[in-house]
Write a protein that binds this ligand. Structure first.
Ligand SMILES: [Zn+2]
Length: 356
């Protein structure tokens, strides 16, 4: 009897985690996992520039290790002055970062490639390769020129974040002290229409509450908050209120939870882990359902918590979701099917313009 008990004890102790690992790996064989935000591009394009933000959390190698199939790589820049000269410089920097991402994909073609659509992400997964989707964080680089939206679409950009921490020509930012446009400017509205026409996802992370709600209303296709958290769990202007999340979801959009202490918890960084991430996910699921939630790490831009410090650790999230009781179908949606659905809808809407 004692031997039998010992056997059960050892089974519980030793084999359960192993079988959970097998479940996690089997799940990743059959799903597509997508992370909707990282800030790899700036350091890659401008390696000589100093930064205080932790880097090295993003690469095709780490994606493979963590079973992450696809990621949106953002050409990010902080908001600067808004003169014509500064807008030209912002465009040049965005162009350099996007060209840098193209170079990274070309130089690492054995491991991954650029994806321009949901079907290209699926095709790369079938070849065992990582998919890099290009995006822009802060439409500062558009200045006040509508024609640049097509320029970035043609470079391969498939999502644009309206703002960063300061107001720009398009919209008010969540963390700016001044409400300048009442949410969106007229130019911001026209940019959203142009993004809809071309097939670019509107990203409302960093936008002010009014800008977010207006963007949801104006956009003909679902919008995404590519890296955010829940305001009711951590009350910072950058996190989303129930009103914003309900509005985003009501039009088919997505709330992508960031893997960073800044978004998730007021506890010291050393004490923030996957439990906090799961708490935010659970909140969004309870509020708007599993069809409207996902992951946007913010790696290389301040992201990373205990247990998920870089892209090589993404499987730990899947494990935590299984332990939390999420079904395989729910995890499939959360990890990638929701994003694929939005990409397909945005692409289809743009195609409808090309027929006329
Ligand atoms: Zn950001």
């Amino acid at each position: 009897m004692k031997i039998l008990l010992l056997f059960f004890y050892l089974t519980a102790l030793g084999q359960q985690p192993d079988s959970l690992d097998k479940q996690v790996n089997a799940l990743h064989d059959s799903i597509i996992s997508i992370d909707t935000h990282n800030d790899f591009a700036m350091k890659y394009a401008f390696p000589e520039e100093k930064t205080t933000v932790k880097k090295g959390q993003v690469s095709f190698e780490l994606m493979k290790k963590g079973r992450l199939d696809a990621a949106f790589f953002a050409a990010y820049q902080a908001q600067g002055p808004r003169t014509e000269e500064d807008h030209i410089r912002a465009k040049e920097r965005a162009d350099s970062m996007l060209t840098g991402l193209q170079r990274y994909a070309a130089e690492n073609a054995a491991l991954g490639g650029i994806a321009l659509s949901a079907s290209e992400i699926k095709a790369l997964k079938a070849q065992g390769k990582a998919a890099l989707i290009m995006s822009i964080e802060n439409a500062y680089c558009l200045g006040n020129e509508l024609r640049l939206v097509a320029h970035y679409y043609n470079m391969g950009v498939r999502m644009i974040g309206l703002t960063h921490n300061g107001n720009n020509e398009l919209a008010d930012a969540a963390t700016d002290s001044i409400t300048e446009h009442g949410g969106l400017s007229g130019f911001g509205c026209r940019v959203i229409q142009e993004m809809n026409r071309l097939g670019i996802i509107v990203d409302v992370s960093h936008a002010s509450r009014l800008a977010c709600l207006l963007a949801v209303r104006i956009s003909e296709t679902p919008v995404m908050a590519s890296h955010s958290g829940v305001y009711n769990l951590k009350s910072i202007p950058r996190n989303l209120t129930d009103e914003e999340m309900t509005a985003i979801a009501s039009r088919g959009g997505l709330i992508q939870i960031s893997i960073g202490r800044y978004f998730l918890s007021t506890q010291p960084k050393s004490e923030v882990g996957l439990d906090h991430l799961i708490e935010h996910i659970n909140y969004v699921v309870a509020l708007v359902g599993i069809d409207h939630v996902g992951i946007g790490s913010d790696f290389d831009g301040g992201g990373g918590v205990n247990g998920c410090e870089d892209m090589g650790k993404m499987k730990a999230i899947t494990r935590a979701l299984l332990l939390e009781g999420y079904s395989r179908d729910e995890i499939r949606k959360l990890w990638g099917d929701n994003v694929l659905r939005v990409m397909e809808e945005v692409g289809k809407y743009a195609e409808s313009f090309q027929q006329f």
